[in-house]
Design a protein around this ligand. Structure first.
Ligand SMILES: [Zn+2]
Length: 466
């Protein structure tokens, strides 16, 4: 009897050892996010419902069913987003972050009046490193709270924007603006170019910030300056950002001056390169689109700004049909007046339908693509961001879908574009770091950011006599 018990004991110990050896040890990772629905935005538009992600360091290491992720990984931290939709963080391909300080300062005007009578004078009196810092903190808070994880920016004192972006934990393609007339951070374009060069060298190998050079527009820069800026982009292998073919006025003045469209003129001086991001591209011919496609130029489409300034409707369908990389942007808050990319998606869809009299133009799916993987392509960053795939950076958001406005939900893509607002974002993660959880922003002090902005607004008010 004793022998039998001993024998059974031996067998069970041996079995336990074999079972333990067969079961692979769970790999330790920093973070697991358990969904709800996961919209990967990969090439197959793979959707997992439910789904989960394993994140280690800055990267996504797996996307799978929750049970499979639990079996493979032991997480230091787990975020339960089972009531949420998980998707790649939104990519705002065109903004001027500190311009949140001019939000609502001057509305209801055409671009040139608005720029020349209000924005340029207000900027001349108030732009300073301090305004740029405080404004960018406010913009970063708004972006984190509304699910933007990457933004492309063009402004002055861009090194201040870069520092705040890193402090907030956001990802940015940040371009130092070059403009022909004297501005707060440069008296001449030559000074501006020198400043851009120093800035590019300082931030060149940063994990979150991609420094860039940003000649403001064709109509605000000389040929020499445009060429010098494009050369600098090539020399350092950094993006070149420009406002392009935004209004009919711009087309008329290019025709008067150069007898060409802006696209053809910029082609003739060798400006376009594969790292150029052109904002707007509203007024373009089929030949212009062919040039942009051939040069690998990315387009930042800004439906809300284009509608508010009555600039026109970009030919989104033509760009997509031609295979031009198309991202979505809000433009600066002074012409929008917010940085909510959910609203930008909705308006991109509505504007295209309205302009083409075609309700099938820019579907919810197409708008979501533009705000995620499309933006990543336009920024030439689709190897790193824009979709939830193993090996890419862990830039993602979780969005609550339980508001009255969102009930019931048949199709998460429809809901994200047509009824969701930035306020519904619950979690924002960039490069594996949780910037906001349960709507509590961790990297910025909300009260201080808003109080500082309100204090500074008093100075803006006095400067412009409001
Ligand atoms: Zn702009």
């Amino acid at each position: 009897m004793k022998r039998l018990v001993f024998g059974l004991l031996l067998v069970s110990v041996a079995t336990a050892i074999v079972v333990a050896a067969l079961q692979p040890a769970r790999r330790p990772v920093g973070l697991v996010v358990i969904g709800g629905t996961v919209l990967t935005q990969d090439a197959m538009h793979r959707t997992l419902s439910p789904g989960a992600l394993a994140i280690n360091g800055t990267d996504i290491v797996d996307v799978d069913a929750p049970a499979a992720i639990a079996a493979k990984f032991a997480a230091a931290e787990t975020i339960d987003a089972r009531a949420d939709v998980i998707l790649p963080g939104l990519i705002n391909t065109h903004t001027h972050a500190p311009m949140v300080m001019y939000r609502g300062l001057a509305d209801d005007m055409a671009l040139m009046d608005w720029l020349q009578k209000y924005i340029f004078p207000a900027e001349a009196k108030t732009v300073s490193p301090e305004l740029v810092r405080i404004g960018t903190r406010l913009a970063a808070l708004e972006m984190i709270e509304s699910g933007t994880t990457t933004f492309a920016d063009m402004y002055y004192f861009e090194e201040e924007i870069a520092k705040v972006t890193i402090e907030a934990g956001l990802r940015g393609v940040l371009g130092e603006t070059i403009i022909e007339f004297p501005v707060a951070d440069a008296k001449t374009p030559i000074e501006g170019l020198a400043r851009a060069e120093r800035y590019i060298k300082e931030f060149k190998d940063n994990g979150l910030v991609v420094p860039a050079v940003a000649p403001h527009a064709l109509y605000t820069n000389s040929k020499t300056t445009l060429i010098a800026a494009a050369d600098m982009g090539r020399r350092y292998g950094v993006p070149v950002l420009i406002h392009f073919s935004e209004t009919e006025d711009e087309i008329r003045s290019a025709r008067d001056q150069f007898k060409m469209t802006p696209a053809a003129y910029l082609e003739s001086i060798g400006f376009w390169g594969p790292k150029t991001l052109a904002a707007h591209g509203v007024w373009v011919t089929d030949e212009d689109i062919a040039i942009l496609k051939r040069r690998g130029v990315g387009i930042a489409h800004n439906p809300e700004s284009n509608m508010k300034l009555a600039s026109g409707a970009a030919p989104v369908g033509k760009y997509l049909a031609a295979g031009v990389a198309l991202g979505l942007g809000t433009d600066g808050a002074a012409s929008n007046n917010d940085l909510d990319m959910f609203e930008a998606m909705r308006q991109a869809s509505f504007l295209a339908k309205h302009a083409t009299h075609d309700p099938t133009a820019v579907s919810a799916r197409a708008a979501l693509d533009m705000a995620t993987i499309g933006g990543a392509r336009a920024l030439q960053m689709d190897r790193l961001i824009g979709s939830l795939e193993t090996g890419k950076r862990a830039d993602l958001i979780t969005v609550a879908m339980n508001a009255a406005r969102q009930t019931p939900m048949y199709d998460p893509v429809s809901h994200l574009v047509y009824v969701t607002r930035g306020d519904n974002v619950r979690t924002t993660i960039v490069s594996g770091k949780v910037l906001m959880k349960d709507r509590q922003v961790r990297t910025l002090n909300r009260e201080t950011v808003i109080a500082d902005a309100n204090r500074l607004a008093q100075r803006v008010r006095e400067a412009v006599g409001r």
